[in-house]
Design a protein around this ligand. Structure first.
Ligand code: F6P
Length: 506
């Protein structure tokens, strides 16, 4: 965790940098466009349009190194119980690389590889059963990551199954799926680490009855007993472990749906990309470490420049789901206001993360990004080689990415205040040579590790999520009232009681 001296230094740098515009800083530092860029395999990063000068960046990097980040990363990869409030190890890295140095970490990796083999066997079995469609039922981390990967990589689809995702408990989706699909040719995957998530259990119960064939109901869970109690057959249960956080679980059998859609070779490539990023994060010097650049700049924007929102804007429709996935990775991990030791945080932590695919967003919320009062630092993500056969469209997309990043940073003066572009709005650009499984794996792992580094700077636990529990408990306690089995009385919160009355007698 960074100390008072570190934060004073950050503020001193901020005063200096704020006195100059981004454009001035870029012009004053010869070669900055290259010096603030890094290449890592199929990924290229350009941080030159962040509102920070080279002196500040170098100092932040030194401070990060001195703060013990290497030892903290090592502790994670080695399976130490760094998720203190849940007393758990954090070993999602073991799902894709074997860079731990302890028996626990190696064991976790062996278990993960065995589970992948088991998954491959189960997919083979499904193939012989005449199944055409699969519904993957899960929510949060048991949904967003797989949904993103399958959407993004559909050009690589070799799996042979049509995959559908069911997340919300809103019964509308159940009605649509059960009307459109043939139950005799459909399998259902119940994806829930805890096997205690009400949305998944409610949807799962309906689909289980609709299928009326337990051999086509599968569970991916760390809670085998609950899955068995739900009447899932023991050889239809695939494991995950308490050392995989839900939002970091796309590398496990939680991505069963991805394997069904894409096939195992593409999924293994995806894991390989994340493994490359794991090695880079652990081994690259801080000044060449893309994860550390990314994390430091996020902290800089939050704490030095006081920006409370960040945006992820992919200029590729295949990455449309990326902002949603990263919202959970970032905000569920860093949306904390007490440190690991239970003290109030002295610095602001997670920004609000927003985002959507770039080209359509230009015609909706980019007005705010260009001229609104609040400044929103952006990660633009582009793909150099398109996944389609329309070169004119692709050139248009790339030109627009370039234009937005440039205009946000440099702005444009005008005698008419309505037509003035203030500029000075920071962004980074991440370019993927091509949207391959490997490049996507690297990109997602980059953000995961960036979140880890940010949490260490702030001294918070990135791996618990107590904030989601209270609402779940209250919803459970309100069910008898909503169902009309119990009458509201004075014990209920008065506003809830009024709303309940409107729901029951509209
Ligand atoms: O309620 C939040 C949460 O626990 C997320 O952290 C998690 O990804 C999601 O619910 C789903 O949990 P599970 O996989 O246990 O159903």
């Amino acid at each position: 965790m960074w100390n008072t001296q570190d934060w004073h230094a950050v503020q001193a740098h901020a005063r200096r940098c704020r006195a100059r515009s981004i454009e001035d800083i870029v012009m004053a530092e010869p070669g900055r466009a290259q010096a603030f860029s890094r290449r890592l395999g199929p990924l290229y990063f350009n941080f030159a349009r962040q509102h920070i000068d080279a002196e500040a960046m170098a100092d932040l990097q030194r401070r990060l190194e001195d703060s013990g980040i290497r030892g903290q990363a090592r502790a994670m990869f080695d399976g130490h119980r760094i998720n203190a409030s849940e007393d758990r190890a954090v070993l999602h890295t073991a799902l894709r690389s074997n860079l731990g140095t302890t028996p626990e970490a190696h064991q976790a990796h062996r278990d993960a590889m065995a589970a992948l083999d088991q998954l491959e066997g189960v997919v083979g079995r499904l193939r012989t059963k005449g199944i055409t469609d699969v519904i993957s039922v899960g929510i949060g981390g048991s949904d967003l990551g797989p949904r993103l990967v399958l959407n993004a990589l559909s050009e690589y689809a070799q799996g042979g199954f049509n995959v559908h995702f069911l997340s919300s408990a809103d019964g509308m989706y159940l009605d649509r799926f059960t009307a459109a699909l043939d139950p005799s040719k459909t399998a259902v995957l119940l994806v829930s680490k805890s096997f205690n998530t009400q949305e998944t259990l409610i949807n799962g119960a309906v689909l289980k009855n609709w299928l009326d064939d337990p051999s086509r109901v599968f569970a991916i869970t760390a809670n085998r007993d609950r899955a068995l109690a739900f009447n899932v057959r023991h050889d239809n249960i695939l494991p995950i472990w308490d050392w995989v956080g839900g939002r970091f679980s796309v590398w496990s059998a939680v991505a069963f749906s991805v394997v069904l859609g894409l096939g195992m070779p593409a999924f293994r490539e995806f894991l390989g990309g994340a493994a490359d990023m794991d090695a880079h994060f652990l081994q690259a010097p801080v000044e060449d470490n893309a994860v550390m650049w990314q994390a430091l700049l996020s902290v800089w924007n939050r704490n030095a420049l006081d920006y409370n929102t960040q945006a992820i804007i992919p200029y590729d429709e295949r990455l449309e789901m990326l902002p949603s996935h990263l919202q959970q990775v970032l905000m569920e991990s860093l949306g904390k206001s007490v440190t690991v030791d239970g003290e109030d945080c002295t610095q602001a932590t997670s920004p609000v993360l927003m985002g959507a695919s770039g080209n359509p967003s230009q015609h909706s919320f980019f007005q705010y990004l260009q001229q609104g009062i609040g400044i929103v630092p952006i990660d633009f993500i582009g793909v150099v080689k398109s996944g389609h056969c329309q070169p004119a469209n692709h050139h248009f997309i790339l030109a627009n990415l370039l234009a937005q990043a440039q205009s946000l940073a440099n702005g444009q003066g005008s005698a008419d205040p309505q037509k003035r572009y203030p500029g000075n709005r920071p962004s980074s650009v991440i370019l993927l040579d091509e949207l391959t499984p490997r490049a996507l794996g690297m990109l997602l792992a980059l953000y995961e590790h960036s979140v880890f580094v940010q949490s260490k700077i702030w001294g918070i636990n990135a791996f618990d999520q107590w904030g989601v529990e209270l609402g779940k408990q209250i919803a459970t306690s309100l069910m008898p009232y909503v169902e009309g089995r119990e009458k509201a009385d004075d014990a209920l919160d008065p506003v809830t009681r009024e709303l309940l009355a409107r729901m029951l007698t509209p």
